[in-house]
Design a protein around this ligand. Sequence first.
Ligand SMILES: *Cc1c(COP(=O)(O)O)cnc(C)c1O
Length: 416
Amino acid sequence: MNETERQAKVSLTDPVERLAALRHEFGEHGGVNMSIEASTTFTVMEAGTMPEIFQGRLGPDDGGCFLYGRHFNPTVYVLGRQLAAMEGAEAGYCTGSGLGAISSALLGTLNQGDHVVAADTLYGGTWAMLAEFLPQKCGIETTFVDISNPNAVAAAMTPRTKVVYVEALSNPTLRVANLPTIADIAHAHDAKLMVDNTFTPLAITPVEHGADIVVHSLTKFVNGASDFIAGAICGTADYISSLMDLHVGPLMILGPTMDPQVAHSISLRIPHLPIRMTEHARRAQIFAERLESHGIAVSYPGLKSHPDHHLFRDIGRPEYGFGGLLTIDAGTRKCAEALMDYLQNQEGFGFMAVSLGYFDTLMSCSASSTSSELSDEALRAAGIAPGLIRMSIGYTGSVEQRWNQLESALRQVSLL
Ligand SMILES: *Cc1c(COP(=O)(O)O)cnc(C)c1O
């Protein structure tokens, strides 16, 4: 059975089945793991085919061959196919960072004078790109709206709106985007829905709900060990190839490609991503429930009290839970800092560090770190309180050991 036949047999709605149906890449000597293709350039066997390959008419899948590492590298290509399978997209392309993916995806879709409608709670770097970089450098304006309000999204659309941009689960407010509704609004205006799915790989598959383009920071859960910066773009095959156009394709011209050594390492972590996501979410759910029963101001989409609990249940996959992040509002920045201090330096519960998806717990105070690009006004509008601690729940140690550490630190700062 070839890959097309195998793909045809699997349920198109299950990312794990799609991943398992991909052709297995053996190593050069028959190793169970693929080799790292460490070449930046590739030998063309017949002189006449070089122009065809160069113009992208004879790719590695059409009887041509690889040409140059900034276009395509076989090792990086494999990771791109894995991510496309995970996201249920036709094609995927890996970049050197999440922001490299987001900037290329945006610049590949937008022209000077175009307009974006975006969620008002976004990763700080993305917010800066839309609020400051794109207007200043490219004349592309963005209107930020509360995407939990479909009327606000619809009202912000203009004839020049080409992209509606959201995070499937917003950072750090953990609001779930109503993707089917937002996709309908975008498509009614001939705009593309672009979704950053960094927080919810496997748990939410945006393409199933109408997303046209999915971007990732692979630096987080997909990687899982906080050792590489990486990103990816998934979409239709035509879209991905448009991003590689030799004249105006941002993936070619801006050159954000991924290193094959990085692609190799991340590729070997895709098979245990489902296990990791399940355990991050299982522990986050336990802690969130216990914190809530102790009267702590906790937010987690797995709690019935969360405003988007039902929405997440409707569009998400229950077997992966409700994500690995929760937030605690400690009231003030001072109290938040004291709590994180105790948790790290007295209890050994986790680390004060930005980022997420690590095997140990990472904690940061969003307003003064990963969301500090936002103005005070934007922080208020987004509901990011000064004492809000974002926790990416790890899975080392035992649940009870970690809970005791958390409880003890909360007592130290008089939150319990
Ligand atoms: C980290 C992050 C990014 C940026 O990714 P890098 O890999 O750091 O460039 C974008 N979006 C979200 C939601 C993130 O968490």
